[in-house]
Design a protein around this ligand. Structure first.
Ligand SMILES: *Cc1c(COP(=O)(O)O)cnc(C)c1O
Length: 456
């Protein structure tokens, strides 16, 4: 018989109370960061030989620490790529933690991995990839991009001609910083197509023709973007796919941010050509309303990913025995031990149905159009370019770069909004401007109006 642990029950109730308060609150403050020294002065020593006790530590969190974070799901947090995890997904994230599932191998995580795969099937169906394509959930877009680049490179190097060569990839200036960072990790060179507007097959072809003979020999992959992080621009995937096929190059589509919009009928056609990809990155923690962290890497040919990523070790042999037959997520990306981070997404999809996802994404797209119209009608504001997906780049006439920075800080300090500036390449110069990215369907037109009003 277990004895009843009163302290554990109290702690559980405290935690649940906090969670209920957090997910049901309608008005949050946008927290603001404080210096580490200030936080230290406020909380004192917490990691000690005897411990300070759960209740005490939790109270410190509530009093001094929680409010120094900026919640990504605040309706007026329109900076970077915000997020808006569903309550169902957040609740099942708690269950994911409480279940202690090792999500690397089917042998240990069958039920969790089964659910992840049900969610993955839906994601695959949005891409239009052929039969046999599948994917796994990763810690994010960065890990997904790395897993895909490594798979592509290992496949290329199967040819003895390239065994000792350092590979080269082509991407566009609009590609996410993680592409460059991950090319460094994989020790791969990069050539950038010099335009932040959408990459076309023609521009890709020109870039390939401009390569030296050795560079052309080492070129093995092209990374197109399905919704640039800065401006929501979708490359011309159709024509890029065609060149990749002609030149026998791996075609990766980084749709970490934009991938969620595959579900939206109003913009789905903009992604045509994505069904020809060899690999795709999509972040459910961006526009699929999952809590952090949850990315996904998808492959047309799973065997190639397995060849690149499957880990060998005498201590791992057992996982491959008869009783453990099933899908092993570790074989297709860089991690071994992993959280079944697709599980909260599965529960949320099962709870709400995919139509709700469609509606929520369409709302984000609509908010960008609404913001665009408000900006056009405003005498002091101008669009830098037409809204694309849910990104809106706009300028306040007469403002210098430091005005944008000052305005951002001021709104953040007040706990009112977080809207950050960005840069847009205008001819040969970079213009500083303001940027919205809409994800949260609970952002209102009034929110946008108030933010724009604060610029005059
Ligand atoms: C956000 C983003 C990434 C990086 O994803 P993380 O989940 O932050 O690792 C990569 N590519 C694009 C296009 C992104 O928007």
């Amino acid at each position: 018989m277990h004895h009843i642990d009163i302290e554990l029950i109290e702690m559980t109730l405290d935690v649940m109370k906090y969670v209920i308060g957090r997910v049901s609150a309608t008005e949050h403050q946008i927290g603001k960061p404080r210096k580490a020294e200030e936080l230290k002065a406020a909380v004192g020593e917490t990691v000690t030989a005897k411990g300070v006790g759960g209740e005490y530590a939790f109270n410190l969190w509530k009093a001094h620490l929680a409010n120094t974070n900026v919640p990504v799901d605040h309706p007026r947090n329109l900076a970077f790529v915000p997020a808006s995890p569903t309550k169902a997904a957040i609740m099942f994230d708690l269950i994911t933690s409480a279940s202690s599932i090792h999500g690397a191998y089917w042998m240990e995580g069958a039920g969790g991995i089964f659910c992840e795969n049900e969610a993955m099937k839906w994601i695959i169906s949005l891409t239009g990839l052929p039969e046999g394509a599948f994917g796994v959930f990763t810690s994010g877009g960065t890990a997904a991009n790395l897993s895909a680049i490594v798979t592509a490179r290992e496949h290329w190097r199967e040819n003895p001609k390239y065994k000792r060569e350092k590979g080269l990839i082509i991407t566009s200036m609009g590609a996410h910083s993680s592409i460059k960072a991950m090319a460094k990790v994989a020790d791969v060179d990069i050539v950038l197509v010099d335009s932040e507007e959408h990459l076309t097959g023609e521009a890709l072809q020109e870039t390939i023709l401009s390569l030296s003979e050795h560079q052309r020999k080492c070129l093995f992959a092209v990374v197109a973007t399905g919704g640039t992080t800065n401006a929501g621009i979708i490359d011309d995937l159709q024509s890029v796919a065609k060149i990749c096929a002609e030149e026998q190059l791996w075609f990766h589509v980084d749709a970490a941010y934009g991938g969620g919009a595959l579900v939206a009928d109003s913009v789905r056609h903009l992604f045509n050509g994505i069904e020809k990809a060899d690999s795709i990155t999509i972040d459910p923690h961006k526009w699929m309303f999952s809590p952090y962290d949850c990315g996904a890497v998808i492959y047309k040919n799973m065997e190639l990913a397995k060849n690149a990523h499957s880990q060998q070790g005498s201590y791992l042999e057992i996982f491959k025995d008869e009783g453990a037959h099933g899908f092993n997520p570790t074989d297709y990306q860089i991690q071994l031990t992993r959280r079944v981070r697709g599980l909260p997404l599965w529960f949320s999809l099962a709870t709400h149905g995919t139509d709700r996802y469609k509606e929520a994404v369409e709302r984000g797209l609509e908010l960008a159009q609404i913001a665009g119209r408000m900006i056009e009608e405003h005498p002091d504001l101008e669009l830098v370019r037409e809204p694309s997906l849910s990104c809106v780049l706009y300028r306040r006439k007469g403002w210098a770069p430091e005005d944008y920075t000052h305005w951002t800080y001021e709104n953040h300090q007040k706990g009112f909004a977080l809207v950050t500036p960005t840069k847009w390449k205008n001819g040969d110069t970079y213009e500083t401007c303001s940027r919205f990215c809409f994800i949260n369907p609970d952002t209102t037109e009034r929110d946008i109006e108030m933010i724009l009003e604060s610029m005059v």
